[in-house]
Design a protein around this ligand. Structure first.
Ligand code: PLP
Length: 377
């Protein structure tokens, strides 16, 4: 099946009892046993739920993986994957990652004896130099958040495989429509389904996709042990959102290109970050490994923090809000919002400046988005 068909038909549907075309919401904690020691496939919703299962099978199919696991939030999915590690293990992470993931590494995992090195993964020599005998995992995002840096997956996977290191990719920004990490040899894919997969800013959720029966067993055990599974109604909302994912991604991208080209021409704009622009340093690699460039555009305004704040205050269509990937366009200020949990020192090191604005380009008409930016600038 093509991806456009998979998003609508994957998983166990329509419902086998009454033929409901929409996946039923099994809003229940417990499932009645058929006999002592004999279930009908489910016993307790923390361990498994039929609504959630359709979502999990759908995401696994979209990513070309072995199994999928739907979690309460993106961070729940990320925390679950990090629980595959043990005290004494070392992780190499991209240095420009989601602020919440950075916080989890820095302030939580460190207390459990897990050490993390933040490395620029566009630099092969730096990556190889960071590998230690106890390195167990490489964590990456491409395009990264909020600077849209592109990492060469072939290069990272080659380094990891030769040293038996597990690779994990947060595919939230590209979505499986534009990037298929498993086809490059990535071992685990995670998502904040809050973003593009759900696509309507009305639920929080996360997902993990595995690539081997052994990883599926370990992740499945951990999802149940930690109790991080997605609630049935939330899973149903994400399932409904996914049906239009390929259509939405195309429009997000079209609008983003139009906005990026507009911003590039503005005298008060210092720098535009969008991998779809030919001058973006990662453009060639993005073209090679992705089938689209996504819906996030970041830019720097001349005049520092004050100028950026003024632009954010003047925007009308773009709401000043965290998150991304919804139908409605959003604008946010990474230094004080999404990446406030990253130290100022680390932000400076990776180039997240105080005058940086991140736009999540929605599905509105591009002329209206551009007109709003024009009046604000
Ligand atoms: C939002 C986000 C997360 C965290 O997801 P939540 O659903 O907010 O917990 C993780 N990674 C990336 C890239 C994100 O954008």
């Amino acid at each position: 099946m093509n991806l456009d068909t998979t998003v609508i038909h994957a998983g166990d549907r329509p419902d086998r009892h009454y033929g409901a075309l929409s996946v039923p919401i099994y809003q229940t904690s417990s499932f009645v046993f058929e006999d002592v020691g004999k279930t009908r496939g489910y016993d307790y919703t923390r361990s498994g739920n039929p609504t959630r299962k359709v979502l999990e099978d759908t995401i696994a199919r979209l990513e070309g993986g072995h199994a999928g696991f739907a979690c309460a939030t993106g961070m729940a999915a990320i925390a679950t994957v990090l629980h595959l590690l043990k005290a004494g293990d070392h992780v190499i992470s991209g240095d420009d990652i989601y602020g919440g993931t950075f916080r989890l590494f820095e302030s939580v995992m460190s207390r459990f004896g897990i050490e993390v090195s933040f490395v620029c993964l566009r630099d092969k020599a730096a990556l190889e130099a960071a590998v230690r005998p106890n390195t167990r995992m490489i964590w990456l995002e491409t395009p990264s958040n909020p600077l849209l840096n592109i990492t060469d997956l072939e290069m990272v996977v080659a380094v990891a495989k030769s040293r038996h290191i597990l690779t994990v990719l947060d595919n939230t920004f590209a979505s499986p429509v534009f990037l298929q990490p498993v086809s490059f040899g990535i071992d685990l894919v995670v998502h904040s389904t809050t973003k593009y997969l759900n696509g309507h800013c009305d639920v929080v959720g996360g997902a993990i996709v595995t690539t081997t029966p052994e990883l599926s067993e370990r992740v499945g055990f951990m999802v149940n042990a930690l109790g991080v599974g997605e609630a049935p109604f939330d899973a149903w909302l994400v399932l409904r959102g996914i049906e239009t994912l390929p259509l939405r991604m195309e429009r997000h991208q079209e609008n983003s290109l139009a906005v990026a080209r507009f911003l590039k021409e503005q005298p008060v704009v210092e720098q535009v970050y969008y991998p779809g622009l030919p001058e973006h340093p990662g453009h060639e690699i993005a073209k090679k490994q992705m089938t689209g460039f996504g819906g996030v555009v970041s830019f720097e305004v001349k005049g520092g923090l004050e100028a950026a704040s003024n632009v954010l205050r003047r925007l009308r269509l773009f709401a000043l809000a965290e998150s991304l990937g919804g139908a409605a366009s959003l604008a946010e200020h990474p230094a004080t919002m999404s990446h406030a949990s990253m130290s100022a020192e680390h932000r400076e090191r990776v180039g997240i400046k105080d005058n940086l604005i991140r736009l999540s380009i929605g599905l509105e008409h591009p002329d209206d988005l551009i007109a709003d930016l024009q009046q604000a600038l």
